[in-house]
Design a protein around this ligand. Structure first.
Ligand SMILES: Nc1ncnc2c1ncn2[C@@H]1O[C@H](COP(=O)(O)OP(=O)(O)OP(=O)(O)O)[C@@H](O)[C@H]1O
Length: 331
């Protein structure tokens, strides 16, 4: 069996709202898959179904070949779930917290101590053992949550926005831990808004928009698949008055501002033929340009191009609704 996760024509409707609208994808064993989408795109809803915490309206999810609806207990022993928010308990130290979960998972005696010791070492929690679990920094809290989700040594780790709110150092640490887990052969499914970071860390990227999968491939294939409709990007810096760039762009038929920066901004020129005349027009219109250079398209650019392309009516193929495989649940 090659795939740790198989999602087949999965739907989740909340009344008339199609939160997940017929998605299918597979994630091979031992790989890291990034799950990307705007707010409300359907990421958490999908992950909750994968983690046996919600029922599909229709469709199947299999974790290591086991159906999540029919065999939730078996699936729970295979997955580690790291939610975007998690409750911790007052008056419990980090050690007591992990001990509580290890007991709940059925570990007893020496084996429980060993499991706790291992996850504390892995997630660098030993120095925090006696700290109150509800008084940790965001980065420490995320490490505790990761430790908790690893107590039973799951094969598949499902992580909902684990990097949200972390400072750059804590993000690097988390990324490092995720890579170690992947090297140990675990399959990791991770959602995030930070596309550039996911690109570095993930073997494949899965993009969801309005409940539908709009791209599945590696970071390079995403960039290439949108190259045709993607424009050129330039960093423009002005001697003074950086606001003048945004004012100028409004008057230009060829350029749009994609990011404001300290001394100007990043512009996009859709028509490569027009790119050469854009700088000329800026100078002619009196902009004090001191820097104008081409930049690489990044993952965010490719993602925005793809979403724009879809919104312009180049619709993706949506599979037909399958026959129900599980009873429809009340929303
Ligand atoms: N229990 C629920 N009842 C009704 N609507 C819901 C429920 N859960 C989610 N939704 C809706 O389903 C859609 C998808 O939500 P979901 O939380 O899956 O998005 P998301 O991609 O995780 O977004 P975010 O990045 O903001 O967390 C949203 O419109 C949300 O309001």
């Amino acid at each position: 069996m090659d795939n740790a996760i198989v999602v087949n024509q999965l739907y989740r409707y909340f009344g008339p709202l199609k939160a997940v609208d017929g998605i299918s994808f597979e994630v091979p064993h031992g790989s890291v898959c990034g799950f990307v989408g705007a707010n409300g795109a359907g990421k958490t809803t999908t992950m909750r179904m994968m983690a046996t915490l919600d029922y599909p309206t229709m469709g199947n999810v299999e974790i290591c070949g086991i159906n999540v609806v029919n065999f939730p207990h078996q699936v729970r022993s295979l997955i580690g779930w790291m939610p975007d928010h998690f409750g911790n308990y007052e008056h419990m130290t980090v050690l007591e917290y992990l001990d509580f979960y290890a007991r709940a998972l059925g570990y007893r005696g020496k084996e429980r101590q060993t499991r706790i010791q291992e996850v504390m070492e892995f997630a660098d929690l030993i120095p925090l053992a006696d700290r109150p679990s509800n008084k940790l920094s965001k980065g420490m809290t995320q490490r505790l949550c990761l430790g908790r989700s690893l107590i039973h040594d799951p094969q598949v780790l499902i992580m909902d926005e684990p990097a949200a709110g972390l400072d750059p150092k804590a993000r690097v640490e988390l990324k490092h831990l995720i890579r170690i887990l992947a090297e140990e052969g675990k399959t990791i499914f991770i959602s995030s808004h930070i596309l550039s970071e996911l690109g570095e860390m993930c073997d494949s990227l899965l993009f969801i928009d309005k409940g539908r999968i709009v791209h599945h491939g590696d970071a390079d294939s995403l960039k290439h698949s949108t190259d045709a409709q993607g424009g050129l990007y330039f960093d423009v810096q002005l001697l003074d008055n950086p606001q003048a760039l945004s004012d100028w762009v409004i008057t230009s038929p060829y350029a749009e501002l994609v990011e404001t920066r300290k001394h100007g901004g990043r512009i996009r020129v859709d028509d490569p033929q027009a790119a050469s005349s854009v700088l000329g027009s800026m100078i002619k219109d009196g902009l004090p340009v001191i820097e104008f250079h081409k930049e690489q398209r990044n993952l965010e650019d490719a993602f925005i191009d793809m979403i724009d392309n879809l919104n312009e009516g180049n619709h993706i193929q949506v599979p037909p609704m399958p026959k129900p495989t599980v009873p429809i649940q009340p929303s």
